[in-house]
Write a protein that binds this ligand. Sequence first.
Ligand code: WT7
Length: 652
Amino acid sequence: MTTIGNNSGENLHTNEFVWSLKCYQALYRRSIDDPEGFWAEQASALTWEKTWDKVLDWNPPYGRWFKGGKLNASVQCVDRHAQSEKRHKVALYWEGETGDTRTITYNDLFIDVNRFASALKKMGIQKGDRVAIYLPMIPELITAMLACARLGAIHCVIFSGFSAQAIADRVNDSKAKLIITSSGGYRRGKILALKEIVDEAVTKCPTVEKVLLVKYTSHNPPINTEKDIWLSDILDGDGTYVKPESMDSTDPLFILYTSGTTGTPKGILHGTGGYLLYASKTMQWAFNPSQESIYWCTADAGWITGHSYLVYAPLVLGLTSVIYEGAPDFPAIDRWWQIIEKYRVNIFYTSPTAIRMFMRNGEEWVTKHDLSSVQVMGSVGEAINPEAWRWYYKYIGAENCPIVDTWWQTETGGFMISPCIGIQTYPLKPGSATFPMPGVDPVVLDSNGQEAGLNKTGVIAIRKPWPGMLLDVYQNAELYQKTYWSRFPGYYAPGDFSMKDDDGYWWLLGRADEVIKVSGHRISTAELEHAIVGHNAVAEAAATAKPDEVKGEAIVLFVILHAGSVGSTDQKKEIIKYMRTAIGTVATPDDVIFVDKLPKTRSGKIMRRVLKAVASGTPIGDVTTLDDQTSVEEVIAAYEELKAATTKSLQG
Ligand code: WT7
């Protein structure tokens, strides 16, 4: 057999490699030649109340999967396991930051989901309602999601690092009538006052009728007797059963907000049957879990990685997962390795930014733990740089475990390009996500929309619909069509640069648009700029990114202050704080640079390349191919001017 995790790529052309790749290729070919036949076969992995009438209803750019089919997501994730021999199997090992633990079997989860669903029902939640969830990583977060799904309500999870304003934006867009939150959460030993943040948000959210509170931290948050209800006050006993709503396969399951190139985040709407099938199948193919595997995905359930590969896919597959509430480096830098050792984790899925953080702190924190249980490692959020890849491979995987580098997006629902060790093993190349998942038909296009040849960088586009694809942008069909389908008509455009090499390996090379990736999280320059101008000292601002050793990219803001405001150190601190309250921790700038002027073209467009080069301290590079009317001299002059102003601002 071909060595898995071979990172050298040197035996790529041996017979062994050609043979092993053929197995993947056979399955892949079938998925592309006969997608409907292929996916119909796969779909027997779910339990359908009614079989579909049509596998794919493709009305571009809308793909509707398993039309006419009926099922309920909470049944797929819970009931069918609780009613089988898996009843007493552990679904979740929960580890709180303070060291509290809970072990939840499929039967326990069944009881909890029914009780939670019954509470929601008492509060008047029905099929189609939107419910916002703002919770720390405690089991109730998962139970709440599944309880919504049981009733056919659309959950809208908001990551607990987001600010009151960010909550209000999302709640108002989704018109949620209920927010589920907790007294608080723990982060690095401190209490996160989540309830207080929700209280502030609610003052701006006219649609919110009630706030449902999970008691978690010991402190007593302020209570508004008209709006707030403690979950414990309305929970039934263990025996409660709530009949799952019979949902169409194409009915929405959730909305998850993500950044695009506009000033406000977009509500990505995902469906039921296609999404659940795609998430669970891609997990099986990529990670090859067995029924005995202990799986740990370190993502928060507030992001798509958490939705697909911490909640839905592992539960659909009936696996055992570890979930951890707190910070990776609390109380010490080896907390994660302790958890792996304690639970004997076999499949470990994390991000390059976390790996780089650990790398910087030295391998002695790793080597004092027994990580021999690890068999497979995953990576997500951005391309993993070869240095981090090698460190991960050596210290976490003992040079013995493959790294499954999964390229995908909030919009795609599941992995698009990734090694498929559950289908076949083949040599890996550090930094390459290898080959497309079955059913995924990508192509590299040049700026004219023509197919770029091998080894040529272009943008990636997807030719065929796949079951995990988003249904729509919530109540904004125009934005859906414009963002994803107008760049190259007929193709889904993810917005990433990409290249396919001589061996057919795919390399994903970063965003081709104005989206910044901070620690793997998406934030757009437009969103940052939209928020910052709300500060009363700011007249105008432009956001860009500079490379960062740990975070991948860090935010840099160029700010023009109103006359009368002074660009002092305190002003900088104040702006940084403002960004955290306007959006959340993801939006924390690393640098705020005060300038008198922003580099603009004659038509008034900000010269983004100039901003980026100055922020990163790199040369402006080749400007001969500028596509607007601005001359090379003008760009260089703008660059020099901004560089001088920056030096002054950073010294001052
Ligand atoms: C963007 C999507 C997918 C879940 C987490 C982030 C980048 C993600 C990889 C990877 C290279 C990657 C892309 C993509 N990205 N994974 N393995 N290699 N780039 O989801 O916030 O929707 O961001 O993250 O640029 O477009 P997201």
